[in-house]
Design a protein around this ligand. Structure first.
Ligand code: GDP
Ligand code: IMO
Ligand code: MG
Length: 407
């Protein structure tokens, strides 16, 4: 079975935790988009792992993990991550693979990324990891792919700095390189998890353009970037927080403002909402159900993993955004216009708080009525079931209502 897992908001939804949790049933995990702009956290046996490039299923020693075609790969960041895992006792040899069609982030792209964003009238607030440049160079057809690292004829045409960089690193990658589509064609009767990075609202086409990343972090990107044809996707699971966060600039209609700013500050502290890659404080807001419904529709999301429900434990009356107000009009659907998104204000529904810790509850029925009512409201609004409820960062703090590996 081929199961796609994507972020259903602006990233940092807890994909790392959920992918790790359900990878106990995966044989192969393919990360299909983004690069070292991502930061996926896994907490296991009191050890915290922060992954940027390597798929989150790597902690299980039997899995094979692949950096897919849709990725842009910073070789030094990859080597560092491999070394870090080995130091933690996770053996990677022979089971971390790289698609030969993935693109390489050359060191100079990072400086270009930072300068480009600094000179923008309205900066995006990129992670400075060279991601936008790598995808732009790829689209301009001037990129360097993994397969090109071993093509001496091609390399002759590159500048000497780039060539030096590549020659001194390519031997470390050689053993990992595969033709991903041929590899996937050979995977039969096994469970494949296609792991997204970022979130669908940061997708180049579906997201809040131009305040997006430059890859295809949507479910459709899983086929292209994961080495399979689109009809081979069996299920799509969206990961979503019980509230919303966003790092960097760009519209965020349900962001806590005015009287709610203090609530936002509290939630940032309780939920430890600071970026894994850049350390920046994440912006915080109500769960935006208008955006989530749009993302479910445009990504064929069949079920949701709702994370961070525990962060609302002490919130007396949690609210969700159910529409937007814009120029005396009510909007029920997610607008495409950047100005409309900037000016949209949330119409909210107040739900009941549960005012009790839920982090050690392991069955859905044992959750307080108000917590279940919150989940019910979400499901009905987006017309999509919540199959997994996460009540803390560790593997044990996960309530499964329906196993996503069942068709
Ligand atoms: P990702 O980029 O989607 O993998 O998410 P990040 O790792 O960037 O950010 C999610 C953060 O929330 C991490 O620190 C996780 O350890 C933590 N986390 C994940 N699920 C939960 C949850 O259900 N409750 C709480 N309190 N923290 C969670
Ligand atoms: P994970 O996989 C949250 C954001 C950046 C910036 C915008 C463009 O951990 O969920 P880029 O460097 O990609 O050109 O930056 O996208 N961004 C993320 N925000 N989580 C991520 O990844 C992100 N990857 C990029 O903050 O606003
Ligand atoms: Mg993250």
């Amino acid at each position: 079975m081929n199961l796609v897992v994507i972020g259903a908001q602006w990233g940092d939804e807890g994909k790392g935790k959920i992918v790790d949790f359900i990878s106990d049933q995966a044989d192969v995990i393919v990360r299909f988009s983004g690069g070292a702009n991502a930061g996926h956290t896994i907490v296991h046996d009191d050890v915290t792992y922060k992954l940027h490039l390597i798929p989150s299923g790597v902690l299980y020693p039997e899995t094979r993990v692949v950096l897919g075609t849709g990725m842009v790969i910073d070789l030094d960041a990859l080597f560092e991550e491999l070394e870090e895992l080995e130091r933690s006792g996770i053996s990677c040899a022979g089971r971390v693979l790289v698609s030969d069609r993935a693109h390489v982030v050359l060191p100079r792209y990072k400086q270009e990324d930072i300068e480009l964003d600094r000179n923008r009238i309205n900066p995006i607030g990129t992670t400075g990891r060279g991601i936008g440049i790598a995808y732009a160079v790829k689209s301009a057809r001037d990129g360097v792919r993994i397969v090109d690292l071993f093509d001496d004829t091609f390399l002759e045409d590159l500048g000497s700095e780039d060539r030096k960089y590549i020659y001194s690193r390519r031997d470390r990658v050689r053993e990992m390189v595969i033709d991903l589509s041929a590899y996937m064609n050979g995977v039969r009767n096994e469970n494949v998890l296609l792991e997204g990075a970022q979130g669908a609202l940061l997708d180049l086409d579906l997201g809040t353009y131009p305040y997006v990343s430059s890859g295809y972090s949507c479910a459709a990107g899983a086929a292209l970037g994961g080495g399979i044809g689109p009809k081979k996707i069996d299920r799509v699971l969206g990961v979503c927080k019980a509230y919303s966060t966003r790092v960097g600039n760009g519209p965020f209609p349900s962001e806590f403002r005015g009287d709610d700013t203090t609530l936002g500050d509290e939630i940032r502290e309780i939920g430890r909402e600071y970026g894994v890659t850049t350390g920046r404080a994440r912006r915080v807001g109500y769960l935006d159900l208008v955006a989530l419904r749009y993302i479910c529709r445009t990504n064929s999301i069949e079920s949701i993993a709702l994370t961070h429900l525990d962060v609302y434990d002490a919130v007396a009356a949690p609210r969700v955004c159910i529409a937007y107000e814009l120029d005396d009009e009510t909007l029920d659907d997610f607008p495409s216009s950047r100005t409309a998104l900037e000016n949209a204000r949330p119409v909210t529904r107040t739900l009941e708080g549960w005012n009790t810790p839920i982090g050690s509850i392991s069955s859905y029925d044992a959750l307080p009525d108000a917590a279940r009512a919150y989940v019910d409201f979400v499901e009905k609004f987006i017309d999509t079931p919540v199959d997994i409820v996460s009540v803390g960062y560790s593997r044990e703090q996960t309530i499964v209502r329906r196993n996503p590996w069942t068709e």
